[in-house]
Ligand binder design. Structure first.
Ligand SMILES: Nc1nc2c(ncn2[C@@H]2O[C@H](COP(=O)(O)OP(=O)(O)OP(=O)(O)O)[C@@H](O)[C@H]2O)c(=O)[nH]1
Ligand SMILES: [Mg+2]
Length: 331
C-alpha cells in the first residue's frame, strides 16, 4: 500500500536529516509523526520514526553526547507556574530584565549595556488575583540567538515583544527577531489563525511593549511602531510609570482569554484571593473538575452570583460562567 505522504512531509524530512541539534531534531521528528497519515501504508514509516524519537529522547535525557551533539540544556523547558506563562523577548538592552524586575519577585541582572542577560529567569506577577509567570530571556540579535529560545517560545502561552522606543532605529532589530524566529517556523501574531495550513509553523499570540516610552524619541517611534504592527496590541510602557505597567499586565491578561471564578463555601464569604482560572466559555462542570476529578460527577447543583444573574441563581453543570462569577458547589 503506498504511503501517500504530503509534499510538506518530504520538505520537513530533508530538514530533519540536515539538523544536528538533538532537541530541534526531536521536535522535527514529532512534527513528522504528527503529519504522517495513519494507515497501513505508513505502518513501517511510523515505527521507524517512533524508534528515532525514542533514540533522540535517550540521547537528550542521558546526555549521550556523540559527534559534538548538544546536551539538553537546562533551559529547554521551563515548567509553567500560575495561570499562564509569558515570555519576554526582544533586542539587546530593550528593557526585558527591567520589566521582570519591577513586575515580579525576581531580581534579574540589569545593565546599561547590551547582552546583560545570559540565561532565562522566571518571576511571578499578579494581575487582579491571577498569577502569571514571566520569563526574562537573553536578547535576540543578528549574531546572538540561544538555541533553546525557539523551544521556550513555542511552549509559552503569550509572547511579549519588548521594543526599545528610545532608539530611533528600533525597527531594525525587531525585523531581525521576526526573521530569526521565522527560520525556526515561529510566527508572532496578534491572534492565532482559525486554520493553520502548514502544521510545521507555530503561531504565537504576541503583544508589544513600546518600552522606555517617555524618552526623547519615543513618541515618534511609537507612531512608527503602530504603523508597522497595525493589528497588534501595543502598550507604551516605562518602568518609571506604574500605570503603564498595569495596562501592560491588563493586556496580557486579556490576551490569555481566561475567566476568573471565585469559590464560596456554604455559609462563608467568597474566596477572592485564589480564583479558579478557566478558558473563556468554561462552565460549572469545568470549574468543578479543577477542584477534584470526582467532584464534577458528585455535583448536584451550584449557585452562582455575578453580573446578569439572580443573586445565588441555582444552575446546572452546563451553565456557562463569566469572568468574576462567584460559585457555590452543592454535592
Ligand atoms: N528610560 C528608561 N530606561 C529603561 C527603562 N527600562 C529599562 N531601562 C534601561 O535600559 C537599560 C537596559 O535594561 P535591561 O533591563 O538590562 O535590558 P534587557 O533588554 O534585559 O537587556 P539584555 O539583557 O542585554 O538583552 C538599563 O540601563 C535600564 O535601566 C525604561 O522604562 N525607561
Ligand atoms: Mg536582560
Amino acid at each position: 500500500m503506498p504511503a501517500n505522504l504530503p509534499p510538506q512531509y518530504y520538505e520537513l524530512e530533508r530538514e530533519f536529516k540536515k539538523e544536528s541539534d538533538p532537541n530541534e531534531k526531536l521536535r522535527l521528528a514529532k512534527e513528522l509523526l504528527a503529519m504522517m497519515p495513519k494507515h497501513k501504508g505508513t505502518d513501517k514509516l511510523q515505527a521507524d520514526l517512533k524508534a528515532k524519537i525514542a533514540k533522540l529522547r535517550q540521547q537528550i535525557e542521558g546526555g549521550g553526547q556523540k559527534h559534538g551533539a548538544r546536551v539538553a540544556d537546562a533551559h529547554d523547558h521551563i515548567p509553567k507556574e500560575g495561570a499562564a506563562q509569558v515570555i519576554l523577548i526582544g533586542p539587546p538592552n530593550s528593557g526585558k530584565s527591567s520589566l521582570v524586575d519591577v513586575l515580579t519577585n525576581s531580581r534579574p541582572l540589569i545593565g546599561d549595556y547590551p547582552y546583560t542577560t545570559r540565561e532565562p529567569l522566571t518571576g511571578m506577577t499578579e494581575f487582579e488575583t491571577v498569577h502569571i509567570q514571566l520569563i526574562d530571556t537573553p536578547p535576540i540579535s543578528d549574531d546572538y540567538f540561544e538555541s533553546y529560545m525557539p523551544g521556550l517560545i513555542r511552549q509559552a502561552d503569550i509572547v511579549a515583544l519588548i521594543a526599545d522606543t528610545s532608539c530611533p532605529a528600533f525597527d531594525i532589530p525587531l525585523r531581525t527577531i521576526h526573521q530569526k524566529l521565522e527560520e525556526k517556523r515561529i510566527i508572532l501574531t496578534e491572534s492565532i489563525p482559525q486554520q493553520i495550513d502548514d502544521p510545521r509553523f507555530a503561531y504565537k499570540k504576541t503583544i508589544i511593549a513600546a518600552h522606555k516610552c517617555f524618552e526623547e524619541n519615543s513618541a515618534e517611534c511609537i507612531k512608527q511602531l503602530k504603523k508597522l504592527y497595525p493589528d497588534f496590541i501595543i502598550v507604551p510602557t516605562s518602568i518609571l510609570d506604574d500605570n503603564s505597567l498595569r495596562v501592560f499586565l491588563a493586556a496580557i491578561f486579556k490576551s490569555l482569554g481566561v475567566i476568573r471564578i471565585y469559590t464560596k463555601r456554604v455559609g462563608h464569604e467568597p474566596d477572592f484571593i485564589d480564583p479558579i482560572i478557566l478558558p473563556a466559555g468554561g462552565n460549572v462542570e469545568d470549574a468543578a473538575k479543577t477542584l477534584h476529578k470526582d467532584f464534577a460527577s458528585k455535583l448536584q447543583f451550584a449557585k452562582v452570583w455575578g453580573d446578569g444573574k439572580f443573586e445565588g441563581q441555582r444552575v446546572k453543570n452546563n451553565f456557562v460562567l463569566s469572568d468574576k462569577d462567584v460559585i457555590e458547589f452543592h454535592i
